[in-house]
Design a protein around this ligand. Structure first.
Ligand SMILES: O=C(O)C(=O)C[C@]1(C(=O)O)C=C[C@@H](O)C=C1
Length: 280
């Protein structure tokens, strides 16, 4: 059976690069064929898999410069059926694409908010006066460049080639080691792999409530690799806590920890176990 993989388009995005790397891994390691399906927003990518229109989605979860891709965490929390199956990390390259002949001519710069944020220092140093316009992906603004030579887009050198737009500056990212983690998400139950992600809300804003929840893991020497809080979207000051940890949900000490956590949280969602893929 051929797998359909949803990703944030249009073609040339970093999400597409991650989806291609995953498709390659599926072919090499699982002899599995797949077809990539572009969607115009991250919310639609996740909805497409939650509603069973595609088999899997490839979504960015965290960038080394700009941190969490919050829409993905919020959607995972709101949806009841999404599970994480694999994780892969790819390097991210940002260039400045434009038909302008010099930086002096540029008045507007389009990109995904993550792209703009990952190049913030460079943009402040070299284009302090320009208007920064957020778009749904790093490639969405590229189609506007042809009509306006005072506009530019922060996008990848791969996108410059695909869309045949000049690369005015080849590398404008703020750190040489810029990379993004992506998750492969589907509706199937996920029980394999040695990493686990979950999220919970606490019953009341009581002193020590979060500490008590985290202590459940510390006491069993379960390593937590990330904690992130997001607004519950119900009332100001109420949060949902997202945790990444090392371990498998079938291992006795993780099973015990999850049972104890379930008793002291209001809502607990386990996004499943996953493995980290080594992709080129
Ligand atoms: O716009 C793109 O190219 C995307 O794939 C989205 C996205 C993101 O949201 O983090 C993916 C990786 C990079 O960090 C920049 C942007």
């Amino acid at each position: 059976m051929n797998l359909s993989l949803a990703y944030l388009g249009p073609t040339g995005t970093n999400s597409e690069t991650a989806a291609l790397a995953y498709a390659d891994w599926l072919k090499q390691e699982r002899q599995q064929t797949s077809t990539l399906c572009a969607y115009p927003s991250m919310a639609l990518v996740l909805q497409s898999v939650a509603r069973g229109k595609v088999d899997r989605a490839v979504v960015p979860i965290e960038n080394s410069i700009e941190g969490t891709v919050t829409i993905v965490l919020d959607t995972l929390w709101q949806a009841d059926n999404l599970q994480v199956h694999q994780e892969l990390t790819i390097p991210i390259f940002h260039g400045l694409l434009s038909y302008a002949s010099s930086l002096k001519e540029i008045q507007t710069v389009y990109s995904h908010p993550q792209g703009l944020a990952q190049c913030q220092k460079w943009l402040e140093n070299f284009l302090p006066q320009v208007q920064l316009i957020p778009t749904k992906s790093t490639t969405e603004g590229i189609k506007l460049l042809k009509e306006d030579s005072t506009a530019a887009a922060v996008s990848s050198p791969r996108a410059a080639q695909l869309y045949q737009v000049p690369l005015l500056k080849a590398d404008i990212k703020d750190s040489s080691d810029n990379c993004t983690r992506f998750w492969i998400v589907s509706c199937d139950k996920s029980e394999n792999g040695s990493y686990l992600s979950l999220a919970f809300s606490l019953p009341q804003n009581a002193p020590g409530a979060l500490m008590k929840a985290l202590e459940i893991f510390a006491r069993r020497e379960i390593n937590l690799s990330k904690i992130e809080s997001r607004p519950s979207k119900r009332s100001l000051g109420e949060y949902v806590f997202f945790i990444d940890l090392e371990g498998n949900s079938q291992a006795p000490k993780i099973k015990e920890a999850l049972a104890e956590l379930s008793a002291c949280t209001e809502v607990l969602k386990i996004f499943g176990n996953y493995s980290k893929l080594d992709v080129k």
